[in-house]
Design a protein around this ligand. Structure first.
Ligand SMILES: NC(=O)c1ccc[n+]([C@@H]2O[C@H](COP(=O)([O-])OP(=O)(O)OC[C@H]3O[C@@H](n4cnc5c(N)ncnc54)[C@H](OP(=O)(O)O)[C@@H]3O)[C@@H](O)[C@H]2O)c1
Length: 291
């Protein structure tokens, strides 16, 4: 049987940042509701370590996960010898009750960058995504200028606090506005088999050699549920999660996935998924899943 390259190979952005197309999303390593520490912190560190040892060079995190909890787990899993890109996000903080609050003034963004430096234990942040949107569902782009917050991050990049900038929960106009201020290496939006709509944006980013990072590739807090997906998985003798990840990786060369898991066994399944090659008729069938 034909197999794809391990981890789906890699994608190199116009800025020369090379990411393995299968990364790892650390959000759900925090406690329930992405709040507080996990029940088994040692296992959480082992999951991140297992991802790195398997060749994943792209870990997605944020200081507002926990808060601070997943950044500190990622920090503790890394060694100085690891050649890993840690991608963090700014633009939100957590309230005392766990609420997710927008925090995008230049002063707030600087505080968040400084906090990320501390909790990740580094002098420079590799990639910082400005999380912009929200809207009724909390995770969709909301049109409007991002010049002030992105300009503030560009300033911090010029100061050497940040190496690369990205965006999250944005539309095409916001990407264009940001690209005119400073180079964007990745756009991280909600995208999976059952939640689509960014096709034109993905193609445009591919032309600009910007990575499109799909968050919630497995459905996030609401696992993907589809009879078509289950049927395909049964036919191929693969887990539905593996098929969902393989489908994403076959969509575009600039597609990067960051599946999250708190279990080493699930991590290994998710990494192996990248080598699953879906035949054209299977892809066509999956394309009909409501998205
Ligand atoms: N930019 C943004 O606004 C934004 C928003 C949300 C998330 N994110 C990023 O996206 C990453 C991924 O999101 P996510 O972790 O919430 O959702 P996800 O990757 O879509 O799904 C994770 C869920 O699937 C389960 N799972 C993973 N692998 C599995 C497998 N092989 N078999 C069965 N179940 C499996 C996990 O449970 P187990 O722990 O039991 O495996 C977990 O409940 C996050 O870590 C975060 O870094 C970004």
């Amino acid at each position: 049987m034909t197999t794809a390259p391990a981890l789906g190979g890699s994608f190199t952005t116009a800025q020369g940042l090379t990411l393995t197309r299968t990364g790892y999303g650390a959000m759900q390593l925090a406690g329930p509701g992405v709040w507080g520490p996990p029940a088994d912190r040692d296992e959480a560190v082992r999951v991140v370590r297992a991802a790195i040892d398997a060749g994943v060079n792209h870990i997605d995190t944020a200081d507002f996960y926990g808060p601070h909890v997943t950044n500190e787990i990622v920090r503790d899993a890394l060694t100085a010898a690891d050649d890993v890109h840690v991608v963090t996000k700014v633009g939100s903080v957590r309230g005392d009750d766990g609420a997710w609050l927008h925090a995008r003034s230049p002063e707030q963004l600087r505080e968040q960058v400084v906090s990320n430096l501390r909790t990740l234990g580094t002098d420079v942040l590799d990639v910082v995504n400005l999380r912009v949107g929200g809207g009724a569902d909390g995770h969709s782009p909301v049109p409007g200028s991002l010049a002030e917050p992105f300009g503030a991050l560009a300033q911090m990049r010029d100061e050497g606090l940040v190496r690369h900038l990205g965006l999250s929960v944005v539309d095409a106009d916001q990407v264009a506005e940001a690209q005119a201020i400073a180079p964007v290496v990745t756009v991280q939006n909600w995208y999976n088999l059952a939640h689509r709509g960014d096709e034109a944006l993905i193609a445009s980013l591919a032309e600009q050699r910007v990575a499109y990072t799909a968050f919630w590739p497995l459905g996030g807090f609401s696992p993907l549920q589809s009879g078509t997906l289950d049927a395909v998985a049964g036919r191929l003798g693969a887990a539905p999660q593996a098929v969902a990840l393989a489908w994403l990786l076959q969509r575009s060369p600039n597609m990067v996935v960051i599946p999250g898991t708190s279990k080493v066994a699930h991590l290994r399944e998710n990494l192996a998924a990248a080598q699953l090659v879906l035949p054209d008729d299977v892809v066509a069938g999956l394309d009909t899943v409501a998205g």
